[in-house]
Design a protein around this ligand. Sequence first.
Ligand code: ZN
Ligand code: ZN
Length: 466
Amino acid sequence: MRKKNSQKDSSKSSGRNTGITPPSERNDLFDSLSEFPLGEPLDPNEMRITFFGTSCIPRLSQECNSIFVEVGSGDQFIFDCGSGVVAKYTAMGIPKSKMNKIFLTHLHGDHMSDLSHIYSFGPSEDRKFPLCIWGPGNTNWTYTDPDGKTRGPFEDGLRAFCEKFRELMRWHTESFSFGPTRYADPQNDLSHSQNPDCFEGCDSYLVGNETAYPDDPYDAYAIYAYELNYKSEGIAYKNYSTGVSISYFPVIHCRRGSIGYKLNWNGMSLVFSGDTKPNYTMLKRAEGADILIHEMVMPADVWTTKNTELQDGDVGWDQSFAYTQAVQNSSHTPQGALGYMLSQISSPPRLTIATHFQAADDTMASALQSIENKYNITEENNFTFASDLMVFNVSKTNILQRKAIVSAFAFNPPPTTLGVPTAAPIYWRYDDDGNVIYDPYAQIDTTDEIPRVNDDGSENWDETGY
Ligand SMILES: [Zn+2]
Ligand SMILES: [Zn+2]
């Protein structure tokens, strides 16, 4: 058995065994940051990185993984979108029209669960154009199970995921198609009328185009799946007008078919590991990078205790520890390993940000020690821990780390695409003057509806709502 980590476990110090983390748990690093002024314009020469999800366990301080990257030339991207992150995007005022390019590292639930909300409510808000999703293709992997049966190959790649997802969401998309979901002339919306190009190692599909009822290629419920050949390195995205290029590369995580991404813009670069074991490709990609966002996990014994409240010697410890260690060893980068990796890069990143890590004072102190045992953190080659609503402004000369304080009561941000004429909704009718208007009643049966006129005939709550 491994030596116990000396890290103090606050869940045990109170002597309770309730499974409830005390609300006194803190993240002093986050608290000490200066505040990001909400709505601050982005300098044309800067890149801004906002963390909306930074954990594999959903927790109020850290939902599951998602990073929003904006560049000063006016392009923006989501990298992964795990559960719980949409509320934070909304609170930061990010409209759905800017949440249309999603780069998935792999198809684990903690990296894509909130797609359902981003996709289904985008067209009700201001994304009146298709959703574009990048991610790895089929693994084509087969395996013989203990009963001698062959498992696979499965359709487990992005295209199959998006096709099944599109049908899974059918009830939602039909129900909301009484409102406009496309522009009258897609060319009117110049910034979105062209879907991104596909490059070597990438195949693009208009999802649902071969089914009985194909989607209009400009409809907001259409999905473009950009499937990437996860076995090789290649280009996922290139925009000649904004100058952004995003490449992808294979990583080692849990099952074949996980990738990381590298974004290059304005002479700067950002590497995002996704989930991975330490690997040599990452060292190569992180060489000379400005920002490295890398996953990290706490030692298996601490992780076991945090998640089960068991201690070494308790009934069930051996089983729980063995499982946690198997997860760590097959899928993730321990904190000591990240320090070692950084030490092996001859020109290390200006800033490394550890994510996918449950950041609190105790876990960060332990991890920092592991990192510093192997890697010399300096102002030029700095290191920090991500948690939700951290904002990083990156220029060639400066990296500014701040926190956003948002309202817990936010409504949707103002739409950015009002005023562009929209096409007739799919569920429509003529009004008395012969104009095509919404028909929200087209799909319902109202025979059991309580009449909308009050007893005295004076009220009509459909019109006033009071
Ligand atoms: Zn994960
Ligand atoms: Zn994963």
